[in-house]
Write a protein that binds this ligand. Structure first.
Ligand code: DQA
Length: 158
């Protein structure tokens, strides 16, 4: 974490969305709601600005490698990563290893409650290497994660 010239903590947050989340709004709305990814990002951006976050950046990718690279490049650039890895959550050891390799705390997010869905969604291979997991609250999962990240940046050093 860096401080500005007044000694105030600089807050930089990266929001990563995995495969198929670009389809939010039309994708299984009974499970994921009707908000589009653009709507969610805009909500987060507004809340981040209000809270005095210095930078909030967003990336959605359907490609595992692109998400791995984004996590690798976050070192030294971001204070927190908010990650909805989509289906990669359940099997991507590459994503898990990237999270473990980079000293940037990650909050795992899911719109749906993965623990009350199909059995294959009950396992998160990234859960053991993230700070914590928030799932089941729709868009509020993202908002809660953002609020926690902001509070943590202000109070913690990792
Ligand atoms: C998801 C849950 C995953 O199981 C699924 O593959 C997704 C979305 C969620 O936000 O609820 O793509 O991460």
């Amino acid at each position: 974490m860096q401080s500005d010239t007044n000694g105030v903590n600089v807050k930089r947050i990266l929001v990563l969305h995995g495969p198929n989340l670009n389809l939010l709004g039309t994708r299984e709305p009974e499970v994921y709601g009707r908000m589009t990814l653009g709507d969610i990002n805009e909500l987060l951006r507004m809340r981040a600005v209000e809270a005095g976050v210095d930078a909030i950046d967003f990336l959605q990718s359907n490609y595992e490698g692109e998400l791995v690279e984004a996590i690798q490049k976050a070192r030294g650039r971001y204070d927190f990563i908010l990650l909805n890895a989509g289906a990669l959550t359940h099997y991507s050891i590459a994503l898990r290893d990237a999270i473990a390799a980079v000293p940037v705390p990650v909050i795992e997010i899911h719109l749906s409650n993965i623990h009350r869905r199909e059995e294959f969604r009950h396992t998160s291979v990234i859960a053991p290497v993230v700070m914590g997991q928030i799932c089941g609250f729709g868009v509020d999962s993202y908002i809660a994660a953002l609020d926690i990240a902001i509070r943590k940046i202000q109070t913690d050093t990792k």
